[in-house]
Design a protein around this ligand. Structure first.
Ligand SMILES: O=P(O)(O)OC[C@H]1O[C@H](O)[C@H](O)[C@@H](O)[C@@H]1O
Length: 547
């Protein structure tokens, strides 16, 4: 495929950008009372309002044309068909098969994967039911009270985000925690209050070779055996989630206690697979399946809905509009929903690891920007920290605001205050405040003359800062599944248009390899000279300090 920047629609968008980039959204709203109706969509109770974007009808038409010229429809079909679209690793990309609640057959190498998916779901159901009901007993006959998931990256961020998000649906008797960092502090702090007799470790790793995870798992096993001096007890307290049965057995976990998934599940898209076992343990299998159902609904929407009514396609196109034409480098995820506190961190991996690329799918260097820098915080915390820069700096930072209409607890006025902020911030970003408005507010006060003008300048906001607002009824498992899938497909849409492989992550390899070399050099106290002077200096100073 031609690079997207050579497509006629891209060239038209370039021209169109120059024509409309100075339009202010205030004026666009003033000129069109139907703007909200025209630029918002519903998917069940999820409202996606994209009217506060720097777009006209013509922008949307051209963006949709870009999607068509980039072959997006065919690329979506290829993913759902099970084609090996992860070309560098020669793998299909089928997280959609994991939540294929309609059981539509999906073949990989001629074999339907759906029966395997359902078999592992059954295994997860049996196991999570036993642990949650207290029937699964530890080696001394006590029920499990604490689950520790040991994993990193996709084997940590997704399940951790979902478990946090669904904490109102968890069972108080069973606590689920996550250890990811190889920094011993993470494991030590988490284990400090646990009793091995009632603790279950879930070692989650697609490859079962990841250094951080295997180091933590070995130390956890040591901690366990130091207190329960019985190798056979491991079977009651350690389970594994992996694609690598051989390595699981080598580690000493009975493969009967292994939950399988497959190479066509990318790590950052794996929370829907057995990597979701901690979710099933925390909220039960019914809620886990509701999560899958919510995602499946969005899969069907993404697969079949015309692009002009297709929410993830529009989310992706709007991101491209800002990244490639306005030169926006970052993107803020702002959930006004405390339970989504880990969503920005999860999306950081999904988006930045997928679309942080500099060659296209054919290996050619590309001359256009790809994935944005994702950051965010739950509202209203972000407002009191970094919103200043979004409102008044010269940077353009598109934002997504997310909120639930119904709170989980109903504690007095909290929710209405939260929602008033969720509604006010996009309004302020869009409208801004002109110099004259700021001046008028100050007039009649004590400040006059040049000082007044100075202050009015500091208090004026340019506005015209774009955002999407996503408002849903309540953060149920099903809604959460839908929200995550919307973002996954947004990221797919962008990768497809940028013509990159969103499903490998070669950029993380070099650092890992260098760390292995340095680790071996740290075995003695001899100074090193094999690196650049900065790295040598740091290694050698470390060796001095550590004694
Ligand atoms: O699940 P694992 O094989 O342990 O991999 C964990 C993580 O490690 C890698 O560095 C990748 O960048 C991630 O995509 C992956 O999720």
């Amino acid at each position: 495929m031609t690079q997207p920047s050579r497509l006629p629609a891209w060239q038209s968008l370039d021209r169109h950008f120059r024509e409309i980039s100075n339009l202010h959204m205030r004026d666009l709203f003033a000129a069109d009372p139907q703007r909200f109706e025209r630029f918002s969509l519903r998917l069940d109770d999820i409202l996606f309002d994209y009217s506060k974007n720097r777009i006209t009808d013509q922008t949307v038409t051209l963006l949709l044309e870009l999607a068509r010229q980039a072959g997006l429809r065919e690329k979506i079909s290829a993913m759902f068909r099970g084609d090996k679209i992860n070309v560098t690793e020669d793998r299909a990309v089928l997280h959609v098969a994991l939540r294929n609640r309609s059981n539509r057959p999906i073949p990989v190498d001629g074999e339907d994967v759906v029966p395997d998916v359902n078999r592992v779901l059954d295994q997860m159901r049996r196991f999570s039911d036993l642990v949650r009901s207290g029937e699964w007993r530890g080696c001394t006959g006590k029920a499990i009270t604490d689950v520790v998931n040991i994993g990193i990256g996709g084997s940590d961020l997704g399940p951790k985000m979902v478990v946090k998000a669904l904490s109102p649906y968890t069972q108080p008797r069973l606590r689920v925690r996550f250890v990811s960092n190889v920094d011993e502090a993470d494991l030590v702090e988490n284990l400090s209050c646990l009793d091995p007799e009632t603790t279950l470790f879930c070692v989650s790793s697609k490859t079962f070779t990841t250094q951080e995870t295997m180091t933590n798992a070995r130390s956890a096993r040591q901690w366990f055996l130091a207190k329960i001096n019985d190798q056979a007890a491991i079977a009651k307290h350690f389970v594994a989630v992996s694609t690598n049965a051989e390595k699981v057995a080598e580690f000493g976990i009975d493969t009967a206690n292994m939950f399988e998934f497959w190479d066509w599940v990318g790590g950052r898209y794996s929370l829907w697979s057995a990597i979701g076992l901690p979710i099933a343990l925390a909220v039960g299998m019914e809620a886990f399946e509701a999560l899958l159902a919510g995602a499946h609904k969005v899969d069907e929407h993404f697969r079949t809905e015309p692009f002009e009514r297709n929410i993830p396609v529009l989310m992706g196109l709007l991101g491209i509009w800002y990244a490639n034409f306005f030169g926006a480098e970052s993107y803020a995820i702002l959930p006004y929903d405390q339970y989504l506190q880990e969503l920005p961190a999860h999306l950081q991996q999904v988006d930045m690891e997928s679309n942080g690329k500099m060659v296209d799918i054919q290996g050619n260097a590309i001359d256009y920007g790809t994935g944005p820098i994702i950051f965010g915080q739950p509202g209203t915390n972000g407002q009191h920290a970094f919103y200043q820069l979004i409102h008044q700096s010269r940077k353009l930072i598109p934002c997504d605001f997310l909120a639930a209409a119904q709170s989980q607890h109903g504690l007095g006025r909290h929710h209405e205050i939260l929602i008033s902020n969720f509604l006010a911030q996009p309004e302020a970003l869009m409208r801004g405040k002109t110099f004259d408005e700021a001046k008028a507010e100050l007039e009649g006060g004590e400040i006059t003359g040049g000082k007044l003008a100075e202050l009015a300048a500091a208090k004026s906001f340019p506005g015209n800062k774009p955002s999407n607002s996503i408002l849903y009824r309540k953060l149920t498992p099903e809604t959460l599944g839908s929200l995550i899938a919307l973002y996954e497909h947004k990221i797919f849409t962008q990768g497809a248009i940028w013509n990159i492989n969103s499903f490998d992550q070669m950029g993380v390899e070099l650092g890992k390899r260098l760390a292995r070399t340095i680790l071996s050099e740290l075995a003695d106290d001899n100074p090193v000279a094999s690196h650049d002077p900065s790295t040598n200096g740091l290694v050698n100073y470390y060796k001095q300090l550590r004694c």
